[in-house]
Design a protein around this ligand. Sequence first.
Ligand code: SAM
Length: 283
Amino acid sequence: RGINDNEPSCAFSPDNGVAAMAACYQRFDPAAYLQYNYTPPRADFERKDSIVPWKLACLHRAFTEGDVSGEVLVDIGSGPTLYQVLSACEVFNKVLLTDFLEVNRQELRRWLQDEGGCNMDWTPYLQHVCKLEGRRPSAWMEKAAKLRQAIADILPVDVHSPQPLAPDALPSGGADCLVSCFCLESVSPDLPAFTRALGHIGRLLRPSGHLLLIGALGESYYFGGPGVKIPVVPLNEGQVCDSLKESGFTLIRLEVYTLPQDMRVGVDDVTGVFFAKQRITLN
Ligand code: SAM
């Protein structure tokens, strides 16, 4: 089966939504996912309108404005990717990566252990973020070492559980900051489940802790591998803002990117991407 096969991979009914999503993910293929989303044209560092440089610029700005700080940062639903913590590791001494799937945690461990066998070369990403930070691109090796030192653990997570991480994973006061990219909308069966998941992860934060959320707009599916069509909650900006408010967050900034036509490469039907910076108010 090709990635453009339109047959749905999962069957939904109102009561089995979360279980059906978990079943879809059993066929997730980290190497294919990286290839679809983290190579050109979506990761073209020569182009200002490419999606990955846009995401890296949003994260760089958020972590250099001075208001996001502390000791512990958790990335929720890391998948097999590291781009989302390249700016964070300059601010936080302890970074926890998390994913629902062992195959993704394994991919991250391979990079962390630096013994080869990775499905992705993160060097151009490290070089690009060094440039954003005003350093020479050749500083990328120091940055890689810094990131390896900061990553304290790679843990299982389930955002549909009221307690998404193991009870002893975090300091008793909670994490200082959370990052989460393309996770909640692509693992939730519907908008109420997306909002509940936001509430669950919000409880991991200390009072006034920050959440940096990146996600898909207008997306109803993506391919997690050849023939692995995973349903997504199609979101608009208003729904993102309402869900954040309902889950106890105060929005600081929302930025939106619209996908150029040539970035629509048949691996999903995403039309845009949002970046939202907020702090928790209710904890
Ligand atoms: N953060 C990465 C990125 O930016 O490309 C990966 C996003 S990928 C679209 C969604 C991720 O959510 C997958 O890695 C998947 O394993 C993970 N996932 C699936 N079910 C989950 C759950 N119940 N709780 C948390 N993460 C889940």
